[in-house]
Design a protein around this ligand. Structure first.
Ligand code: XMP
Length: 506
């Protein structure tokens, strides 16, 4: 297990990603929450930070239990921190030190730089520079502008680098992290999907025993993988609930329900479409729609969970990015969110929560799912928002509009699959616009709906770009939609990136 201490850098999660890619387990903790017992950690990595070590409010944790005792890799702020407080000198830089640079000098015969080619490209992002190395510092690498780009401390397993090995543009960054963790710190590369599955099932068995667990399935990857893990651990004591809110894709409620049953899950499908659509009638404002859907879901789920007698646990598909709370850049006063008071919550929310995937990133969830034998098609599904098609129908929602959009969406998504484009797209869908436009079909004038198609490329939904789908494909889909879906006479393709647009239209 590797400990990553977060000093608030935007890249801290990326360090964890790179470490996990080496099949090494790691945890991120805020810099001011260093555990007293460090015996489970084989190595420590210090992240970058938006702070300067020279400023008065510099983050200044006590590393005396770590430095010189455990293998330590300090990145950017970490490297400056070790220099500044251990006899070196950090000063404002008078050169621009952002972006690409190349390692012009690499010290020979250093385990840390094994297999790193001369001139390797690295990514810099700092405004201070290390003028003088700390006591016993040995320079390991320089770039054209940065003399002390990497150093180690003689007599310790302490390494420091000014650049960011975790970002994509540091071409040999992962190799460098591997040199540190595997060759120097001798951490085992044993965090594999199979190992995770075995360990998690054993833990769940022990934690839950013979208790009953309720879990809400959404049809998405996370809740499905969480359910299969729990099912392997506790079998029939897992009660899954899959709610049809009437805003799913065409035929999805039945097909996903059948798929779940085929996987041996104890799942109850609850068709609450009329209840959701009834309460949504006449509501146009996007946030109001979300609120209604959230509230009805809680009511439906609460009613269903009451039918499971003596349930003790609520299973959830929470994943690591939702769990990590990067430290506030406000510094040491940063407090971690306090838990909400349980009074007044629906009954099911008073259950204890079990989240088997809370330490995994999305792609790791997919790999765990594959090692559990879950259908690759289900694991590769595009993300789909909780409020479903309601936020893709601009304006008020009627069953007729839902039916139109389901048809359009099915033509688009099936088309992507048939043309082998589905897996090249991160998320796709259709939006029903609240405008009519004039058209002509045969000799008839029409005045019907416009739909927009949206397909984006992204890694996490935070930023996204539109996908350059082939014109021939768009032509075919547009023809199919207009010919087959009554009520639509115009199709447009959304070519906006996020930011400044968003993925959904509401
Ligand atoms: P935006 O539109 O914010 O979407 O660029 C980013 C990602 O979040 C999804 N999304 C939602 N998911 N409830 C959800 O569960 C919501 O209210 C919601 N709004 C957007 C969206 O589909 C995309 O993947």
């Amino acid at each position: 297990n590797v400990l990553i201490l977060d000093f608030g850098s935007q890249y801290t999660q990326l360090i964890a990603r790179r470490v996990r890619e080496l099949n090494i387990f790691c945890e991120i903790l805020p810099f001011n929450q260093i555990p007293e017992d460090l015996s489970s950690f084989k190595a420590v990595i210090l992240s970058g930070s938006p702070y300067s070590v020279r400023s008065e409010d510099a983050l200044h944790p006590d590393l005396s239990n770590i430095k010189g005792k455990l293998p330590l890799l300090a990145v950017c702020y970490g490297a400056q921190y070790l220099a500044h407080f251990n006899g070196g000198e950090v000063a404002p830089s008078n050169l621009r030190e952002y972006g690409r640079a190349n390692l012009a000098f690499i010290k020979e015969d250093e385990a840390f730089f094994e297999n790193i080619p001369a001139n390797s490209q690295v990514w810099m992002s700092h405004s201070d520079t290390i003028k003088t190395l700390p006591t016993n510092g040995v320079r390991l690498a320089s770039t054209h502008d940065v003399e002390n780009a990497a150093y180690r401390i003689d007599g310790e397993q302490t390494y420091a680098i000014q650049f960011h090995p975790e970002v994509f543009h540091s071409t040999d960054g992962t190799e460098l992290i591997k040199n540190f963790l595997v060759n120097i710190a001798q951490v085992a590369q044993d965090f594999t999907p199979n190992a995770f599955v075995e360990e998690t099932i054993a833990d769940l068995k022990q934690k839950i025993g013979n208790d009953r667990v309720i879990l809400g399935l959404s049809g998405g990857v996370d809740s499905t993988v969480a359910a299969v893990l729990l099912n392997k651990a506790i079998g029939e004591n897992l009660y899954c609930i899959f709610v049809n809110n009437g805003l799913l894709r065409k035929d999805e409620f039945q097909s996903v329900l059948d798929q779940y049953k085929g996987m041996g899950l104890n799942v109850k499908g609850v068709d609450a479409a009329d209840r959701f659509l009834g309460e949504l009638a006449g509501i146009e404002e996007p946030e109001a729609k979300r609120k209604v859907i959230g509230k009805v879901f809680v009511d439906v789920f609460d009613d269903e969970s009451k039918l499971v007698k003596d349930a003790k646990w609520l299973g959830q598909g929470t994943i690591y990015p939702d769990v990590i709370e990067s430290v506030s850049v406000k510094g040491p006063s940063a407090t971690i969110k306090s838990h909400h008071n349980v009074g007044g919550l629906p009954d099911y929310m008073k259950l204890q929560v079990v989240e088997p995937l809370r330490m995994l990133f999305k792609d790791e969830v997919r790999r765990v799912g594959a090692s559990l034998g879950i259908d690759p098609e289900l694991l590769g599904r595009h993300p789909f928002p909780g409020p479903g098609l309601s936020i893709r129908i601009l304006g008020d929602i009627t069953p007729e509009k839902v039916a139109i959009l389901q048809e359009v969406d099915a033509i688009f998504i099936n088309g992507l699959k048939e043309h082998g484009l589905y897996n090249d797209v991160w998320q796709a869908g259709a939006i029903l616009l609240p405008v009519n436009s004039v058209g002509v079909m045969g000799d008839e004038r029409t005045y019907e709906k416009v739909v927009a198609l949206r397909a984006v490329q992204s890694t996490d939904g935070m930023t996204a770009d539109w996908v350059h789908l082939p014109y021939e494909f768009l032509m075919e889909i547009s023809n199919k939609i207009i010919n087959r879906v009554k009520g639509v006479n115009r199709v447009v393709y959304d070519i906006s990136s996020k930011p400044p647009a968003t993925i959904e239209w509401e």
